[in-house]
Design a protein around this ligand. Structure first.
Ligand code: ASP
Ligand code: MG
Length: 477
């Protein structure tokens, strides 16, 4: 699995960044398991650890801040107690007395920060995105402290490192982007000493800091992204993302019980899958490792010996056609039509201009220049903003009535067949259509990118499950 031959021949251990998600560090027993995995691999590889907050903690923190900003005190006081209890329980269970003496005051100081922030929010009845980032990523600070201390208690040298010292980001609080060059040099510098002394760094996922040193976050689920940012910065041989499933599957097993684990997928397939809602990795995860072509593994921390899925720069040649199917169950198909006076390019430019202003992603796009219509699908959560933006951009056309119209079809699902080697394999769309047709599933719209990496079908939400099953069967996944 590790590129042992190539790296070992240089007399150096391979470097592996291991990121553990919320369920993998969900309680004492799980954290103990993490320490075992890390200590075991540390014999053969140099390991750098990145951790999420304990499962559920981030949600709890965000809710507490929101309630506090609405003036309530009761709720966040309860969360304060729960936050202290969950972390202290692990410390009691797994740390030596000496480690408890070190770590308990650090955990208490984070709980103190939580209390100060929430009491501030309830006083001013507001929580700014900036303050929210500091608060919502406290869970990572606490879990990193615990995991490092558990490793030390078991005899492995380790030290918690706050990613605000490593990852420099822009000011986009809540969904910040890293500035890679400086992040890379900061990371290398800050970790150099630890690595030389054989100390395992345990880094907080999810958070970074802007130029003034104010904490930012990389978006919900962003610890995966932290993992590959660290991997790229350190020129790691591999990044391992430990989660609670066996790997990337051919389809959602709740929709298709026969779905199976894919041993290998390409970067582009992984990006496409995560964009269309496959929950295994955060959509930005692959981006940092692309240039350096570092392989990323998805592994199950509950079954550490199961190989998992390997995500590699490009798909193996042998596998032709559709590789996996994903779907978005709640989408809307928005259709904008223009009358003759509004040319098609003008119509399209106004539609996408307004989506771009609202920074709204589309799931699929289809058009008919002859009829002068553009249709696109958006996530349920974005519909309100889409309507607002379109109504603003087409205010005049709508006012003059029939110059343009906007229609929304709801209860639509998008089913996406993905496979890098679909390119140049004729007949794939035909087979998919045929199979859906034979099962009486009506296709509302279709789109295929010219890259031929995916084909998307819009179908009724009520027919989504059947559609995914039928295509899965047709391509014998
Ligand atoms: N704890 C953060 C979240 O729940 C980041 C992560 O787990 O990836 O969004
Ligand atoms: Mg996650």
């Amino acid at each position: 699995m590790l590129k042992e031959t190539s790296t070992l021949s240089k007399g150096k251990k391979p470097l592996v960044v291991m990121k553990f998600g919320g369920t993998s560090v969900g309680n004492g027993e799980r954290m103990q398991n993490v320490a075992e995995i890390v200590a075991d691999h540390a014999q053969r590889a140099e390991v750098v650890v990145v951790v999420s907050a304990m499962g559920g903690v981030t949600d709890m923190l965000i809710r507490a801040a929101t309630e506090a900003s609405q003036g309530g005190r009761e709720h966040w006081k309860n969360v304060r107690r729960e936050l202290a209890r969950r972390h202290r329980e692990v410390a009691d269970q797994l740390l030596t007395a000496a480690e408890q003496a070190v770590v308990l005051p650090r955990l208490a100081s984070q709980v103190g920060n939580f209390e100060n922030l929430c009491s501030g929010f309830s006083l001013v009845r507001e929580v700014t995105p900036r303050a929210m980032d500091t608060l919502s990523s406290l869970g990572e600070v606490m879990s990193a402290q615990l995991v490092a201390a558990i490793l030390r208690s078991r005899g492995s040298p380790a030290e918690a490192v706050d990613a605000t010292e490593l990852i420099l980001t822009d000011d986009n609080f809540g969904n910040a982007s890293p500035l890679f060059e400086e992040t890379n040099s900061r990371t290398r510098q800050r970790l150099q000493g630890l690595r030389r002394r054989g100390v395992i760094p345990v880094i907080t996922g999810f958070r970074g800091a802007n130029r003034e040193g104010v904490c930012t976050t990389l978006g919900r689920g962003g610890s995966d992204y932290s993992g590959t940012i660290m991997g790229a910065a350190l020129d790691a041989d591999e990044v391992w993302i430990w989660t609670d499933v066996d790997g990337v599957m051919t389809a959602d097993p709740r929709l298709v019980p026969e779905a199976r684990i894919l041993p290998e997928i390409s970067y582009r397939e992984a990006i496409e899958l995560s964009f269309f809602g496959a929950k295994v990795i955060h959509p930005k995860t692959i981006q940092p490792v692309m240039k350096k072509k570092i392989p990323v593994w998805i592994k199950n921390s509950f079954k550490p010996t199961t190989p998992g899925t390997r995500i590699v720069p490009s798909a193996a040649d042998g596998q032709r056609g559709v590789k996996a199917i994903t779907s978005v169950s709640k989408a809307h198909l928005v259709t904008v039509s223009g009358k003759d006076t509004l040319s098609f390019p003008r119509l399209a430019s106004k539609v996408f201009g307004s989506l771009s202003l609202g920074d709204i992603p589309t799931l699929m796009v289809t058009q008919s220049s002859a009829e002068n219509i553009v249709s696109f699908a958006v996530h349920d959560a974005d519909l309100r903003r889409v309507k607002m933006q379109l109504e603003k951009s087409f205010e005049l056309e709508l006012l003059h009535d029939n110059l343009a119209s906007i229609e929304v079809m709801s209860q639509v699902a998008i089913v996406v067949a993905i496979g890098e080697n679909m390119k140049g394999t004729p007949g794939i769309a035909g087979r998919a259509f045929g199979s859906l047709g034979r099962h009486g599933i009506n296709i509302i719209a279709i789109a295929q990118g010219s890259s031929e990496l995916s084909i998307s079908f819009a179908v009724r939400s009520s027919e989504m499950k059947e559609a995914v099953k039928v295509i899965h069967e047709e391509f014998k996944l």
